[in-house]
Ligand binder design. Sequence first.
Ligand code: PMP
Length: 406
Amino acid sequence: VVLFDHQALRDQFPALKQTIGDHPLCYLDTAATSQKPQVVIDAMNEYYQFNNANVHRAAHQLSTRATQQYEAVRLQVTDFINASQSQEVIFTHGTTESINMVAFGLTSQIKANDVILIDTAAHHANIVPWQELAKRTGAVIKPIPLTADAQLDITAFEQLLLLKPKVVAISHVSNALGTVNPINELVAKAKAVGALTLVDGAQAVAHLSVDVQQIDCDFYVFSGHKMYGPTGVGILYGRYKQLDQLTPMLTGGEMIKTVSFNRTVFGALPNRLEAGTPAIAEVIGLGAAISFLLQLPREQLLAHEQQLMQYLQQQLQKLGDIELYGIAPINVGAVAFNLQGEHHQDVGILLDQQAVAVRCGHHCAMPLMASLNLNGCCRASIGIYTNKQDVDQFIHALNAVKELLL
Ligand code: PMP
């Protein structure tokens, strides 16, 4: 039961108020990027209008304000994911950069034949940086297989742990299927054999309460733009000791203590991993997104999303001639499907003509598509602002596509 005023919440997202052709926009591509509430847009505008200055060089008022706002967001993120201290929160430009920083930063700790386990359902962002690390070091990548119903295969994972992997990099929630990994259990098992753990939380933070100390991972990464914040900002959380041992991928200004032509000494965390001028406006926008999320009844919103997801799956099943992938007792944020015998791109284009925005393709998860024996699929994804009318409009449009094509 939704007790809060959902329409009032939705009204705070200006992009959702438009019509496209004769139809209201039906935005079911939140997993690619979420829409932004007005408060996020305003926070960024306000920074540019009144406080625009570089951070950490506070000889004047504007710079002091910008620095205070920027550092306040670090504290917000620290609380939001329950990190044990703010030096463990690094601002990056997104999940992709965060994972690259870890995979690059570990280079000197990895040797030839070391094993790196990755998730078959992983986004390319959590595959390719590890492949590059393997190329540099001679390490070996082993994918963790999926079960027949597209869930991570825990028994196979346990077998792979006998190889004593150095790194286990897994997703919290799959972007293509919305399947949820039992992350606490996986991390505990990986730690028991001494592996470093990285969790890709890009699809989790907007939909689940994330507590990095409870998960007990070494690294947790996510992007601002998938949690109602701006593009261009992401987070690399790391356990202090592990972060401090990463070789910085970027070097230059802001990250040093002293520089001379003979010797440069890097600064302390978090600056050590934040070379150059950061995405200041975007960080401030992310702070506004977190404040926005925290003043909402989070439990009720999560329940709202769960109900909507179940309704969406039921309606798809009812429609018929539909294949669904990775359906589990709980899917978070996204549902993957194909109209039987039809190409996903055709379906996507015909839905778009009815103002329904879904994503079609390989979802940056080509190994997952290969393991499902697909060359692609459609994905409908939801957020806190999605409502029943969106689902009904989508199903109505998909039914029209079906009648046209089948
Ligand atoms: N991992 C997952 C699970 C994702 O969904 C995404 C975004 N689609 C990424 C990584 C990459 O995030 P970004 O493009 O924001 O760097």
